[in-house]
Design a protein around this ligand. Structure first.
Ligand code: NAG
Ligand code: NAG
Ligand code: NAG
Ligand code: NAG
Length: 390
């Protein structure tokens, strides 16, 4: 408790309201019905006038199925038997060409944590999940295969980057696949214990973003269990970590401007929002200074920036998405609102090269999982493409 108090005074204050604030809350609660009707009207106006983005539903699933390997044998039968279609939950997404890549939360019986889907279907039934790149690269406790895919990113040269958090038997890795060359694995980097702990309880690898430099790609990876950002250079096939002001992070996003690229970070267990210049993350063994930007209304679970400097955010326990133009002072604007979802982390999203924002939406409001894949034309690409110049 002592360390909590000293390291996080703002959330302490929020939880221990003084008498004046308690009265304010009480009065608010009394008029909350009138208040929420009023707020809903404002939100609707705000959404329909300026900010609304029109999503269309691409697929909708009540239950998932995998494309199983052909030719039955006892080990495949066992994998099928242990698979529970109701356990499928999307974590992260990336798009390239005609394919969407999705990482799946690992639960007992999950046969593969990385799958792909076509961006458009020919039948009315939603597509089956296809393991990426093949069944052979998903074998539990075989450390030469993918154990627990988390963050995904596609680069502008047709590669898919995959963060693999491993498990008790296998340390964390980064995989790079060449989508333009039969999905061949081009690099498999095993993080040294000094960069990402080999003790499975002491690491939690999640998001990945790519910093495209004139002659390299540097990946930044979020390890939620440490107060570090992990970096990996493709050219040097080398990783390192940088200390970030004794804070842990819950989600992050990279800005497009090559000259002054910033990594935006949302703090764990807090709605505080920070940024750090990527220049500071290139020095192995150094500390980076993070700067406070502002506070979100809720804790962001996913963030993404497009080529025209708009940051998109999804939040824990929220059925809406918000955006902020990072060229302007921090200001949160809602641009999508779903009905009741009853989900802790309802959304994950990605941008393609045709100006579409792709999003998955999980609805658990009736205790049954319903997943949707939606897309909206927003007219901008991912942060990896600089804005189109006349
Ligand atoms: C969304 O659709 C509505 C109705 O079709 C249209 O009036 C509006 O301009 C669209 N908004 C955007 C941002 O495309
Ligand atoms: C079962 O089939 C899979 C996929 O074809 C193969 O990798 C595996 O070795 C087979 N196992 C046995 C026990 O034959
Ligand atoms: C973001 O803000 C800048 C500065 O005000 C403005 O020039 C630009 O058009 C805005 N971008 C978008 C996508 O609204
Ligand atoms: C979630 O699912 C329930 C039950 O099927 C449905 O009534 C509700 O409209 C759904 N919510 C959204 C936002 O689609």
């Amino acid at each position: 408790m002592t360390s909590f108090l000293t390291s996080n005074p703002t959330s302490y204050q929020k939880q221990h309201l003084g008498p004046a604030e308690s009265w304010g809350r009480f009065l608010l609660r009394l008029s909350s019905n009138a208040m929420s009707a009023f707020l809903a009207a404002i939100c609707l106006l705000g959404l329909s006038l300026a900010n609304a983005v029109n999503f269309t539903t691409v697929y909708e699933w009540d239950q998932f199925e995998f494309t199983w390997p052909s030719g039955a044998n006892s080990s495949i039968e066992e994998i099928k038997r242990n698979f529970n279609p109701k356990n499928v939950e999307f974590l992260y997404m990336a798009v390239f060409g005609e394919r969407l890549f999705l990482s799946l939360d690992w639960k007992y019986g999950t046969p593969a944590t990385l799958v792909w889907l076509p961006t458009s279907g020919t039948s009315t039934a939603p597509p089956k999940l296809d393991p990426f790149p093949s069944w052979n690269l998903h074998e539990r406790y075989n450390c030469d295969t993918i154990q627990m895919a988390k963050g995904l990113e596609t680069d502008t040269d047709g590669r898919l980057w995959v963060v693999d958090d491993g498990n008790a038997a296998c340390p964390g890795k980064i995989w790079i696949f060449d989508l333009l060359n039969n999905d061949k694995s081009e690099h498999i980097h095993r993080f040294p214990d000094t960069v990402v702990s080999h003790a499975s309880g002491s690491r939690a690898l999640h998001d990945i973003v790519l910093d495209k430099t004139p002659d390299d790609y540097i990946a930044y990876i979020r390890d939620a269990a440490s107060e570090h950002i992990v970096a990996y250079s493709r050219k040097l096939d080398k990783s390192w970590s940088v200390k970030t002001s004794r804070k842990k992070w819950k989600s992050f996003a990279l800005s497009p401007s090559q000259e002054a690229r910033q990594l935006y970070l949302s703090k764990s267990f807090s709605d505080d929002f920070y940024s750090v210049s990527v220049g500071q993350l290139k020095n192995e063994g150094k500390s980076a200074h993070v700067e406070f930007i502002g506070q979100w209304k809720k804790i962001p679970s996913r963030m993404l920036i497009d080529s025209s400097n708009v940051l998109y955010a999804a939040f824990f326990n929220a059925n809406y998405l918000a955006k902020w133009n990072i060229s302007e002072p921090f200001h949160e604007q809602r641009f999508y609102e779903a009905g009741e979802l009853g989900t802790i982390e309802p959304f994950t999203f990605a941008l393609d090269t045709n100006g579409n924002l792709w999003m998955t939406e999980l609805n658990e409001s009736t205790g049954v999982k319903r997943q949707k894949l939606l897309k909206a034309a927003i007219g901008a690409k991912s942060y990896l493409y600089s804005a189109a110049r006349p």
